[in-house]
Each structure stands twice: as C-alpha cells, then as structure tokens.
Write a protein that binds this ligand. Structure first.
Ligand code: FE2
Ligand code: FE2
Length: 441
C-alpha cells in the first residue's frame, strides 16, 4: 500500500469511527446494504446437496446471521425458468442463525437441474416486528442430475470413517471429483463425538479443506455411523443433515429419516443405519440409546423397499451401512453380548460387526439377490467374497488416516456392459487396491 492509499484508508477508518461514520452506516442499513445483525457475508458456505433421490433434493448451507434462505432452481443453465423454494416446510418459512435447509420437491427423475442459493437477512424483534435487511445471492450456479431408472450412465462413490481427519479429506475429495460420480454415499463416522452445532457445521458445511464446494454439484446420501449419534449435538444431526421428505416414506416409517431406496440407472441403492456399536443396555449409555427398536423398524422398511417396483426390477442391488453385517473371525465381537458388550472370547467390548442386523437384513438382501453390501467402521479395508447361503459380497471401507495401517478408500461402483464394477481406490498410494465385478441378478 503506498502512502496515499494508506492515508485514504486511514481516513475511512477515522470516519467510520466518528459520528459521520455511524450516520453513513445507519443510512446503508435502511437501504439493505449493511447488516443490522451479524457481520460479513451472510452466506457462510457453499450449498451441500443432501438426500439424493428421484424427485427431490435437499440443499443445506451455513449462514452467519438470522436468515431466511432459498434456492432458485430450474432446468435452464441461466436459471431463466427458475422457481424460488424457501427453506422450511409447510405453514412457515424457516429462519435460522446458522444453518439453512431447503427441501426441493416436485422434480423430474433423471433430469439435470441448475440452481443457486440465496438468503434474506432478517431483523426479528418480535412477532409483529420482522423485516428483511438485505438479500444476498451466491453468484455461482451449480447443477446436478436427479436419480432415476432412465439414467443411461450412473455411478456412485463411497467415503467413510473420515472422523474430522482434514488431511485425508482433500485427497479423498480429489479422487471423488476425478471420478465425478452420480452420487456419493458417506458411509458413517463423519463425526467423533460432537457437542456443538458449530462442530457439525465444520464437518459437513464449512470444512477447513480446499474443496469447500465438494457437495454443491454431486449429491450426497448418508448412512450414519456409531459416532454420528455420539455427543449432545449429534442427537439432533438433522439440524445439519436434513431428513428425507415426509412424503417419501409412509406413516409407519415416520422416524426413518435417512434410509434410502433409490433407483439410479441399472443400480438400486439401499441405505441402512446399523446404529450404535454398543448395546442399549451398556451402562455407559445411561439408557439414552434405542438402537434395538430402530433396527427392527428398519427391517420392516427394508422388506417393503425391496419390493418396490423400481428396486425389485433393477439388475443390480447394492446396500450400504456403517457396521459390517458379517465377519468370519470368531474372536471379533458381534455386538450382541448382553448386557454390556463384554465377553472374554472376544478381543474388544464393542461391535466389530452387527450380528443382530446381519440376521435381520442379511437374509432379506440374500433373497433379493443383492450383489454387494458396502460397509465401514473397521478402519481397515477388506473384502468378504460371497459364499454359500450369502450371495452378497461385503466390502469394508478403509480408515481415516494417510497411513499404511488405516489408509482411506474411495469405493467406486459403476455399470459397464452387463456387469457392476466395484473398484476400491487406495487414497494413500493413489492406486487401485482391489476390483470386483458382479453379474446381473
Ligand atoms: Fe470409525
Ligand atoms: Fe464406526
């Protein structure tokens, strides 16, 4: 800065500190230029596309002050046909100081949409004292393609057990960006134990990484891991990762907000939540967890999901859940040792795999001809090939660290010709760790 610029900027600072500066600010506030509450930009993160589906999408982003957010969405790249969708559900548009969640419904399957996010900065005094102080729109236009049977080309990627290890996130997301999948399944343990909304925002919306817009053009699905239920804030993870739309599930399944059964080209994707790796009766949980009935509810949902026309008719069926549904090692704790997970025959007092879920869901997936179940949790990549009585193979994704013992993986699934190809990318070495192909069911 040369001396003249320095004097100019010093004069601006001096004026701002004076009464004249305050008058100027007050005038700008009434014109909606300056915020009345909060500072800096109102929109505090790129959008994250959540709950990939055929006819709906969730758009979540962070803000820095009380706001009513929205999405402008249409099929034309310049948004000339865009409609405005406000955050919140029926009756009221939402206002929030930190996280805006917009449910966009009524979309066409297998269709490309373009969108942009915006937010109104809201002054809220009381029920009759509300006003818009200014509007901010992110100039960037993003796009995505909805799921659907008619997609001619489709693929998925799976990431897992990221556990806030930021040094791994950039190379993981670089690989995902290079593969440019139709969607990404985040297969649990994104968290450690999260006590605050700020920590949740830093995991999903405003990560300290290079690719902050990692989920703005690639839709995500989420299968929570055991750590994603831990910590006071994670008891309401839906504040940063919204539930699927109520109209997308029946009344019985009202609380199954993230389970998914989606048709994507020739692949049907099924998302399940294995819940905690400890029993509800374990004293460490103080009676505050209800994994058992949650798993039972998902069993009823899964039975119906597998019979949906678009799911039953898919040539390939792939299921996702965090904790493995199978383990051949008899020393590995199966997660059903009453009352407190301890038994000397097992090496650890938490679940290496989920025998309860395996018994409930495994046969259903077998009967449906599921080719592969993609799991996580062990922080160590492995593959369990199909065997007699279990037609599905099991891929267990890698760990959170750029180290040989628990290197991260990106698991890619795509259909080429008549086969489903699963490719396991080793993020530490940058090489393909393993590859499998499966025939149509
Ligand atoms: Fe983990
Ligand atoms: Fe886990």
């Amino acid at each position: 800065m040369d001396r003249r610029d320095f004097l100019k900027s010093t004069a601006v600072v001096a004026a701002a500190a004076s009464g004249a500066g305050e008058l100027l600010k007050a005038a700008e506030r009434t014109q909606g230029v300056l915020p009345e509450e909060g500072t800096g930009n109102l929109i505090a993160s790129p959008p994250m596309l959540q709950n990939y589906a055929e006819t709906s999408i969730g758009v979540t982003f962070a803000v820095n002050a009380l706001a009513n957010g929205y999405v402008l969405i249409g099929e034309k790249p310049d948004l000339s046909d865009a409609r405005k969708v406000l955050c919140g559900g029926y009756r009221l548009a939402d206002i929030d100081e930190r996280v805006i969640q917009v449910r966009v419904t009524g979309l066409q399957p297998a269709t490309r949409y373009y969108y942009r996010i915006g937010a109104d900065r809201i002054h809220y005094g009381h029920g009759y004292d509300m006003k818009v102080l200014g509007t901010e729109e992110d100039p960037r236009i993003h796009s995505f393609v909805t799921a659907g049977k008619k997609l001619s080309q489709s693929s998925f990627c799976v990431i897992n057990d990221t556990h806030r290890c930021w040094e791994s996130m950039d190379p993981i997301l670089d690989k995902v960006a290079a593969l440019a999948p139709s969607c990404v399944v985040w297969n649990g343990d994104a968290s450690n134990s999260e006590e605050t909304l700020e920590r949740q925002v830093s995991i999903f919306l405003d990560q300290p990484i290079r690719r902050k817009d990692y989920a703005a053009d690639i839709p995500y699905l989420f299968c929570p891991g055991n750590h994603d239920s831990r910590g006071r804030a994670n008891r309401h993870l839906e504040k940063v990762w919204m539930y699927r739309q109520p109209e997308e599930r029946n009344v019985r399944d009202w609380d199954l907000g993230r389970n998914f059964a989606i048709r994507m080209g020739d692949i049907a994707l099924i998302g399940l939540d294995t819940a905690e790796d400890k029993l509800d009766t374990n004293p460490i949980f103080a009676g505050l967890f209800k994994s058992e009935e949650y798993r039972r509810a998902q069993t009823a949902w899964l039975k119906d999901a597998l019979q949906q026309k678009e799911i039953a008719s898919a040539p390939f069926l792939v299921a996702f859940c965090h904790i493995p549904l199978f383990d051949s090692d008899p020393t590995h704790n199966p997660g059903d040792v009453y009352p407190a997970d301890y038994d000397p025959q097992y090496t650890e007092d938490y679940a290496y795999w989920q025998r309860t879920c395996g018994r409930m869901w495994g046969p259903l997936l077998h009967d449906a001809g599921c080719q592969v179940v993609i799991t996580a949790h062990m922080h160590h990549y492995r593959y369990d090939a199909p065997e007699k009585g279990r037609c599905w193979g099991q891929v267990v994704g890698g760990g959170p660290h750029m180290k040989p013992e628990d290197y991260p993986t990106v698991i890619e699934g795509t259909v080429k010709g008549n086969k489903l190809h699963i490719t396991v990318h080793n993020i530490l070495t940058g090489k393909v760790q393993d590859a499998f192909e499966f025939k149509r069911r």
